[in-house]
Design a protein around this ligand. Structure first.
Ligand SMILES: [Zn+2]
Length: 458
C-alpha cells in the first residue's frame, strides 16, 4: 500500500483529554481459549483465571490459516485474508515462483491505525505482526514479527533511542533457542521484560486513544515447550510460571489504569496443541502425480515443472497451477479446475498416518466459498484455491527438498485451528465474535465512524 498522503496532523485531536474514550488492546499470541482451565490449575495468572471464572473470556473464531501475520492483518483491517491478501508468512507473486515474505505493503485494505489517524485520533502500537514496514500514523508504531531489525521497526524514527534505552528486542533468537533449552529459558523472560517496560513507558508518556501491545513470547513458549508442559516437566512448568507471571503483573498494572472511559480488549489469534509429526504436503502432491519437479530435489517453487497441476505453501495452502495465475500455469479450463479441486480434496482427506491409522487431514476447504471471493481477486498474490486443515498434531509443511511424507520437528507445540479467545470489558453482549470484528468493536468503543473495508486500489 502506498504510504503517500499518510502524514497526519496531531493538532487535529478531536476530543478533549478529560472526556475522551480510549481503548487498550493486549494481544497474547497463541493462547488458546481451551487453556484457561489449566491456567487456573497451574496458578499461572490469577488475573486471567478470575476473568475466566466470571465467564468474561469468550471463545473467538479466527483466520484460516491460523498464522500470526494472517490473523493480525485481519485484526487490523476487519476483513478476511482473501480480501486483505496476507495468507501466510511466505508468499509468491503471480508473475513468478520465487518465494518472498509479504509485508504490510501487501495489505490491500486500510488498517484501523490509518483510519483513526485520518480522523485525528492517536495510536500507539507495539510489536503487532504484519505492521512492518512502519507506515506513518498519528502516533507511534513499533513493528512486530518479521521486521528485520529494531533499527527499521519504528515510526517516527527518533523513537529508536527510546527502544535502545530499554534494550528492546523484536523477538528471541529462535535459532539459538532451538540449539539449547538454556538459551530459551534465558532469552524469553528477558525479551518480554524489556518489551513490557517499553510498553509501560509509552502508556505513561504518550497521548493515545488506541494503545495496542502484542506479546509474541507466549507463542514462542508454546512452540518450544507445549508437550513438556503437558508432561509436567519441571523446566517447562517453571518457564510457563515465570512468563505467565510477568504477563499477570503487567495485566495488573493495566487493570489499575482502567477508568469508565477506557475499554480493555485482551485476545489471542489462534490456539495451540501438541505437535506430533510434520506432513510434507508437496511430497504428497508429487507422489499422487499432481506436482512434478524439474530436478530430483529443488529448494522452492521456482523448481516446479511447467506440467504441474498443483502445489502447496505452508501451512496447507494449495494452489492450482492456473493459467494467468502463474507464468507456466496450464490449468485453463473451469471444468478441469473444478475436478482437480474435488480430486485433491478427496485424496487429502483420505491420507492416514501409517503408524497410527489416524487421519492426517480433517478437512479441505474451498477458499472461494470460505472467503466469499466471487468475482474478487485483485491481489497481485495468488490466493490459495484450497486450504487443508490438519488433524491436531500434524503440521503441514511446504518444503520441496525432502523425499519423505512425514518428519519430526524441534518444536513440541503447533498452532491449532480456531480456539482463540477474547475478553472485552465494556461489552456485555454475548454475540459470537471473530477476529475480524475487533476493528469494528474498537471504533464503537471510541465512538467514531466505522472504517471503510473496501480494497484500497491506489
Ligand atoms: Zn507460532
Amino acid at each position: 500500500m502506498s504510504t503517500k498522503n499518510l502524514e497526519y496532523n496531531s493538532k487535529k485531536i478531536i476530543s478533549s483529554e478529560s472526556s475522551r474514550k480510549r481503548v487498550i488492546v493486549i494481544a497474547l499470541d497463541g493462547v488458546p481459549y481451551s487453556f484457561f482451565p489449566a491456567i487456573g490449575e497451574m496458578n499461572l495468572s490469577p488475573i486471567l483465571s478470575s476473568l475466566h471464572k466470571t465467564n468474561k473470556i469468550q471463545t473467538m473464531t479466527t483466520t484460516l490459516p491460523p498464522v500470526s501475520s494472517v490473523a493480525w492483518a485481519s485484526f487490523l483491517t476487519g476483513v478476511n485474508p482473501g480480501v486483505h491478501g496476507i495468507t501466510g508468512f511466505v508468499d509468491r507473486r503471480q508473475e513468478g515462483y520465487a518465494p518472498f515474505v509479504p509485508t504490510a505493503e501487501e495489505i490491500q485494505v486500510s488498517t484501523i491505525y490509518q483510519h483513526l489517524s485520518r480522523i485525528g485520533l492517536r495510536v500507539c502500537s507495539i510489536g503487532v505482526p504484519a505492521t512492518f514496514p512502519p507506515v506513518p500514523i498519528n502516533g507511534i508504531l513499533v513493528s512486530g514479527f518479521l521486521a528485520p531489525n529494531v533499527e527499521r521497526c519504528v515510526y517516527p524514527i527518533e523513537e529508536i533511542e527510546t527502544l535502545r534505552s530499554f534494550d528492546y528486542k523484536l523477538d528471541i533468537d529462535a535459532w539459538s533457542a532451538r540449539e539449547s533449552d538454556e538459551s530459551l529459558i534465558t532469552q524469553l523472560p528477558k525479551t518480554l521484560s524489556a518489551r513490557i517496560n517499553t510498553a509501560i513507558h509509552y502508556l505513561n508518556k504518550e497521548k493515545w486513544d488506541l494503545f495496542v501491545f502484542h506479546i509474541l513470547e507466549t507463542d514462542r513458549l508454546h512452540h518450544f515447550m507445549w508437550r513438556q508442559m503437558k508432561d509436567k516437566e519441571p523446566k517447562a512448568l517453571e518457564l510457563f510460571s515465570k512468563l505467565y507471571g510477568q504477563i499477570d503483573s503487567f495485566l495488573k498494572n493495566i487493570m489499575e489504569r482502567l477508568t469508565e472511559e477506557t475499554a480493555l480488549i485482551i485476545l489471542s489469534d489462534h490456539g495451540f496443541t501438541e505437535l506430533k509429526k510434520d506432513f510434507y504436503l508437496n511430497r504428497y502432491l508429487i507422489e499422487t502425480g499432481y506436482l512434478s519437479l524439474r530436478e530430483a530435489t529443488v529448494n522452492n517453487l521456482e523448481g516446479i515443472a511447467p506440467s504441474s497441476k498443483a502445489f502447496s505453501m505452508a501451512p496447507g495452502r494449495i494452489y492450482l497451477h492456473l493459467k494467468g495465475k502463474a507464468p507456466n500455469g496450464n490449468v485453463s479450463n473451469d471444468h478441469i479446475a473444478e475436478s482437480l479441486r474435488q480430486e485433491i480434496s478427496q485424496s487429502l482427506e483420505n491420507v492416514h498416518d501409517p503408524e497410527t491409522g489416524s487421519n492426517v487431514i480433517q478437512k479441505v476447504v474451498d477458499m472461494r466459498e470460505e472467503w466469499n471471493l466471487t468475482g474478487f481477486d485483485k491481489s497481485m498474490l495468488q490466493l490459495p484455491d484450497l486450504i487443508a486443515i490438519p488433524s491436531p498434531g500434524y503440521e503441514l509443511k511446504g518444503d520441496l527438498s525432502g523425499n519423505t511424507l512425514f518428519g519430526t520437528d524441534r518444536f513440541s507445540g503447533m498452532h491449532s485451528y480456531g480456539d482463540a479467545f477474547v475478553y472485552l470489558n465494556g461489552d456485555d453482549s454475548d454475540e459470537k465474535l471473530d477476529i475480524t470484528d475487533m476493528a469494528e468493536k474498537i471504533c464503537s468503543f471510541l465512538g467514531v465512524k466505522q472504517m471503510n473495508k473496501e480494497p484500497n486500489l491506489t
